[in-house]
Design a protein around this ligand. Structure first.
Ligand code: UD1
Ligand code: CA
Length: 453
C-alpha cells in the first residue's frame, strides 16, 4: 500500500515552549519518546520509506534512535518547517517517491487509521498539496485555515489579521501534508521568511501551489484528536493522558482486570495477557511482559520486566530489566535491578535488592538482603540481612551459592566466594573463603559471657 509515498517527520525543532534543552521529540509519553509514536504510525503506512529531519541536539536524537541513523536528514540551522522540507528535498528526490507525506514530529497521537483516511482522500482527489485540518473550539497557536471563495490558505497564528483574513472559523492546520514532489519542487524557491517569525513556513506551499494553478485540498477531520500537537508541558501531559486511556481501554477489552484504572499507566510496547490482575497506581513501561495468571498489586513500577505465569508482585516494588519466572513471588518493597532473575517459585521479600543475580528454583531471600553478581542454587535460603559484598572498590566479583544451602542471618559473603551445595553459614558470619559442599562455616567472634562487674 502507498508505495508511491515516502514519509518525512519534522523533528529538528528545539521546542522552546518546553523550557528544556533536550529536543522536544525526545520527551517521553508513557516511557517512549514522542518521536517513537510518529515513527510507528508512519512505518505502518510507508514501511522503511520514512525519513526524519533532525537538527537541534541531533546527537541526542541519534543516540536515542540508533537504528534510524541511515534515515536521518540534518537541518543544521532550524529556520522553519518549510526550511526543514527543503533540507530533505535532495534525499527525497534521490529516493524517487511520487509523493511525500510530511508529519510534524510533535503529534504523537497520530494513528495509521486516521492518516490512511487522509491519504485516501488526497490521492482520490489527485491533489498537488493536501493537508489535514481539524476543528478546535479555541484555535490557540495553530495555523488558521482561511477559505476565501475557491481559495484556501494557512495563516500562522502570529501572522493572522482578522481584517484581512476574515473572522476565525475554528478550522486549523493539523501539521500533516501530502505533497506531490514534482508539483512542489519548483515552488520551494518561492518560499520566503517575511513573516512575524522570520521562518520559512511549509504552510505557505498551500497558497503558492494554488497561485501556480495546482490542486489544493484541505481534508477536514472534524474533532479527530489524533492531530493534537505538543508544544508545552501542559499539552504533553494532556496527550499522554489520551494515550494512557486508549491503552487501558484496550487492556480492559482484552480481558485484563484493571483495578483503579485511572491510575494505571502502561506503555505502548508493554504486553499484558488476558486474565492478569493489575491494580493502580501502577506503571508498566518499555518491553514489559506479564503472563497469564499474574497479579500486580498497587504501587509497582516495572520497566522492561518479564513476569511469568501466576507470579504475584506485592505492593511497592521496582523492577527493571528483571525476569520473574512462573509462580515466583516478589515484595512488598523489593527492588529488582537489571539482570535480576527469579527462577520458578523463588521468593524475594521486603527490602531485598538484587542486581545481575539469579535466585534458583524455589530459593528464598525473604528480608533485608543485597544480592549483587550472585548465583543462588535451587531451594537455598538466604537469611535476613545477608549481603553479598561484590565490590572491592575497583572491581565487581561473583558469589556462587550451591543448591539447598542455608545462609544464616546477617552474614557478609565477601566475593569472589563459593558456598557449596547444602552448606550452612552461621548467623553473623563474614565469609571470605570458599565453603565446601555440606560444610558448616562460622566466621565470627565467639561469644564471651562473664559475670557482671
Ligand atoms: C505548525 C504549523 C501550524 C500548525 C501546527 C500544528 C508551520 C509554519 N506551522 O506550527 O500551521 O497548526 O504546526 O501542530 O508549519 N521543525 C523542524 N525544523 C524547524 C522548525 C520546526 O524540523 O526549523 C519541526 C519541529 O520539531 C516540530 C514541527 O516541525 O516537530 C512543527 O514545528 P513547530 O515549531 O512546533 O510548529 P507550530 O508552531 O506548532
Ligand atoms: Ca507544534
Amino acid at each position: 500500500m502507498y508505495e508511491r509515498i515516502g514519509a518525512l517527520i519534522l523533528a529538528a525543532g528545539k521546542g522552546t515552549r518546553m523550557k528544556s534543552d533536550a529536543p522536544k521529540v525526545l520527551k517521553t509519553l508513557l516511557g517512549e519518546p514522542m518521536l517513537w509514536y510518529g515513527q510507528q504510525a508512519l512505518h505502518a503506512l510507508c514501511g522503511a520509506r520514512v525519513l526524519t529531519v533532525v537538527g537541534h541536539r541531533a546527537d541526542m536524537v541519534a543516540a536515542a534512535f540508533p537504528q534510524l541513523a541511515e534515515r536521518f536528514v540534518l537541518q543544521a540551522e532550524q529556520r522553519g518547517t518549510g526550511h526543514a522540507l527543503m533540507a530533505a528535498m535532495p534525499r527525497l528526490a534521490q529516493e524517487g517517491h511520487e509523493y511525500v507525506l510530511v508529519v510534524n514530529g510533535d503529534a504523537p497521537l497520530v494513528t495509521p487509521e486516521s492518516l490512511a483516511a487522509f491519504l485516501d482522500a488526497a490521492l482520490a482527489a489527485a491533489s498537488d498539496v493536501a493537508f489535514v485540518s481539524i476543528e478546535l473550539p479555541e484555535p490557540g497557536a495553530y495555523g488558521r485555515v482561511v477559505r476565501q471563495g475557491e481559495t484556501v490558505r494557512i495563516v500562522e497564528a502570529k501572522d493572522y489579521d482578522a481584517s484581512r483574513d476574515g473572522p476565525a472559523t475554528g478550522e486549523i492546520n493539523a501539521g500533516v501534508y501530502l505533497l506531490r514532489l514534482a508539483a512542489i519542487a519548483p515552488l520551494l524557491s518561492q518560499l520566503g521568511n517575511d513573516n512575524k517569525s522570520g521562518e520559512y513556513y511549509i504552510t505557505d506551499l498551500v497558497g503558492l501551489a494554488q497561485a501556480a494553478g495546482g490542486k489544493v485540498l484541505a481534508v477536514n477531520r472534524g474533532d479527530d484528536p489524533a492531530y493534537l500537537g505538543i508544544n508545552s508541558p501542559a499539552e504533553l501531559v494532556a496527550a499522554e493522558e489520551c494515550l494512557r486511556r486508549r491503552i487501558v481501554a484496550g487492556l480492559l477489552d482484552a480481558g485484563v482486570l484493571v483495578r483503579a484504572a485511572d491510575s494505571v499507566r502502561v506503555g505502548p510496547r508493554a504486553s499484558v495477557a488476558p486474565g492478569v490482575e493489575l491494580c493502580g497506581p501502577l506503571e508498566l513501561y518499555g518491553a514489559t511482559t506479564v503472563a497469564a495468571g499474574a497479579i500486580l498489586r498497587s504501587h509497582n513500577v516495572l520497566i522492561d520486566a518479564a513476569i511469568g505465569e501466576n507470579v504475584t508482585v506485592q505492593s511497592f516494588c521496582h523492577l527493571e530489566n528483571a525476569r520473574v519466572a512462573r509462580g515466583a513471588q516478589v515484595g512488598p518493597y523489593a527492588r529488582l535491578r537489571p539482570g535480576a532473575v527469579l527462577e520458578e517459585d523463588a521468593r524475594v521479600g521486603n527490602f531485598v535488592e538484587m542486581k545481575k543475580s539469579t535466585l534458583g528454583k524455589g530459593a528464598k531471600a525473604s528480608h533485608l538482603t543485597y544480592l549483587g553478581d550472585a548465583e543462588v542454587g535451587a531451594g537455598s535460603n538466604i537469611g535476613a540481612g545477608t549481603i553479598t559484598c561484590n565490590y572491592d572498590g575497583a572491581h565487581k566479583h561473583k558469589t556462587v551459592i550451591g543448591e539447598g544451602a542455608f545462609i544464616g542471618s546477617n552474614s557478609a559473603l565477601v566475593a569472589p566466594v563459593t558456598i557449596g551445595a547444602r552448606a550452612l553459614v552461621g548467623a553473623g558470619s563474614v565469609i571470605t573463603s570458599d565453603v565446601p559442599e555440606g560444610a558448616l562455616a562460622l566466621g565470627r567472634g565467639r561469644q564471651v559471657t562473664k559475670p557482671r562487674n
